[in-house]
Write a protein that binds this ligand. Structure first.
Ligand code: GLU
Length: 465
């Protein structure tokens, strides 16, 4: 049974990189009919917040990344970590170290001065035949992991290929601090073991932790999971993705008017590919996802492409759903919806023209807010030769039956013909008068959204209607 996990530290929002890691871990488990676990790594008490936990849960929910177990909070597993530390002390794979922090600093300084890599000098590391110093009074020891002194730690990384680190490079890691709080790498190793994680898929900022975690797992006699480290995501400008690039939090994308399926589809292609496929559903992604097609090189964020995908998913989205997503946005803009036109009908006409929900809200709001057409635009389009045709149109509006786009179109054409005008002559002033905009979908469709009365009402500034 394949088991993967997403293990964020709740020190900030769920960012785009984290969301992609979650998505790939999720997809790997789902593809194989395995299980996906959410673990909250909250042992850094000073930096972890409940708001950040909530932001992670919200982000996962918004993206629809469901988990089979969790959220499991590390802070609630302290007893278990302490029990494992005791066992390791008993078995000799960990030991107490009484070197005071100031002493450690002094040793490191001296090593640096000699051009050596600073490291713990293993004073308190037990060895056969070695006599340890007497523990000083009043010093609370830390617990260190007895890392193997030689040999290599190697793993076949699922993304990066084979990696081998000399044990000589690794210090005897502190696994519990003097206040007995277990440290980061140790908790991760114990958790991955206890949670039967088979595949650890995470960001490559953790590559350096992997040999330490493998050594701890080995010392515990635990199975070693497979590891895959995803390369980082760069911003549009090729720099490391950061707040500078605007929206880095997943929920910010929601706020900025992106649909979750667009963000998911976009993230799926950030470092993974399935031939030339750009647009695919999550069902397809689950079916196709494998680790063989993840690129080890850095992925670059491309807002234009995300917008393109979002425009696609907006076009595909059900009108009722879009109307429901739009209603609170319109309310926030101070717009009160009316019975007519129906928001769904307006959305149906306009969704093809935008790439984000905020743009859609901006287009749609003119149908509900009182309108004061821009005098310049009016002057531009309400030309003397257009006016008689417009009057004619207004006068005959009650004849239109049924009140729909084809019948309205017939009347518009009639008026144009009677006055020997071309379409824009009438369509442009109608656009400006009815919506305040010079760009709208086909004018008959726009007119059909309003009632006859509202159309006449909105034509009044032209002196017709
Ligand atoms: N808690 C770590 C982070 O948020 C992830 C640890 C892991 O996946 O092993 O970066």
């Amino acid at each position: 049974m394949i088991r993967t996990r997403f293990a964020p530290s709740p020190t900030g929002f769920l960012h785009i990189g984290g969301a992609r890691t979650a998505l790939f871990s999720w997809a790997y488990a789902r593809h194989h009919g395995g299980e996906f676990i959410l673990r909250i790594e909250d042992t850094d008490v000073a930096r972890s917040t409940s708001e950040a936990v909530q932001a992670i849960l919200d982000g996962m929910r918004w993206l629809g990344l469901d988990y089979d177990e969790g959220p499991i909070y590390q802070m609630r597993r302290m007893d278990r970590y302490k029990a494992v530390i005791r066992e390791m002390l008993e078995s000799g794979s960990a030991y107490y170290c009484y070197t005071a922090p100031e002493e450690l600093d002094r040793v490191r300084e001296a090593q640096r001065a000699q051009g050596l890599k600073p490291r713990y000098d293993r004073t308190w590391r037990p060895e056969t035949g070695k006599t340890l110093p007497k523990p000083p009074d009043g010093v609370r020891p830390v617990v260190r992991f007895r890392n193997p002194l030689d040999g290599v730690v190697a793993w076949d990384d699922l993304v990066k290929g084979s990696i081998a680190i000399d044990n000589a490079e690794l210090d005897d890691l502190v696994i519990a601090r003097a206040d007995l709080v277990p440290t980061y790498n140790f908790c991760v190793a114990v958790d991955d073991w206890d949670m039967n994680i088979t595949h650890v898929i995470r960001g490559d900022d953790h590559v350096n932790n992997t040999p330490r975690q493998i050594n701890i797992l080995k010392a515990l006699g635990a199975p070693i999971p497979r590891y895959g480290h995803l390369s980082m995501i760069l911003g549009d400008d090729g720099q490391k993705l950061s707040k500078r690039h605007g929206a880095v939090s997943v929920m910010q994308y929601d706020e900025n008017g992106y649909l979750p399926e667009a963000v998911l589809n976009y993230l799926a292609r950030l470092g993974w590919s399935h031939g030339d496929d750009e647009i695919f559903s999550m069902e397809q992604f689950r079916e196709w996802f494998d680790l063989d097609h993840i690129t080890p090189s850095a992925a670059q964020f491309n807002t234009e492409k995300l917008d393109w995908l979002n425009a696609h998913y907006l076009r595909e989205a059900d009108n009722m759903r879009l109307a429901a997503l739009l209603a609170p946005r319109l309310a926030a803009l101070g717009v009160t919806l009316l019975q007519t036109p129906s928001l769904e009908a307006v959305v149906a006409l306009y969704k093809e023209r935008v790439s984000r929900l905020d743009q859609l809200a901006d287009e749609v709001k003119v149908f509900y807010a009182p309108l004061e057409p821009d005098p310049d635009a009016l002057a531009r389009h309400l030309t003397p030769d257009a006016l008689p045709a417009l009057k004619d149109f207004a006068a005959r509006i009650l004849e239109v039956d049924p009140w729909d786009a084809p019948s309205i179109n017939a009347l518009v054409k009639d008026c144009l013909k009677a006055h020997k005008l071309k379409m824009p002559k009438l369509a442009m002033p109608l656009r400006v008068l009815l919506t305040g905009r010079e760009h709208t979908p086909s004018i008959d469709g726009v007119i059909a959204l309003f009632s006859r009365e509202t159309v006449l009402e909105r034509l009044k500034p032209a002196g017709v209607g």
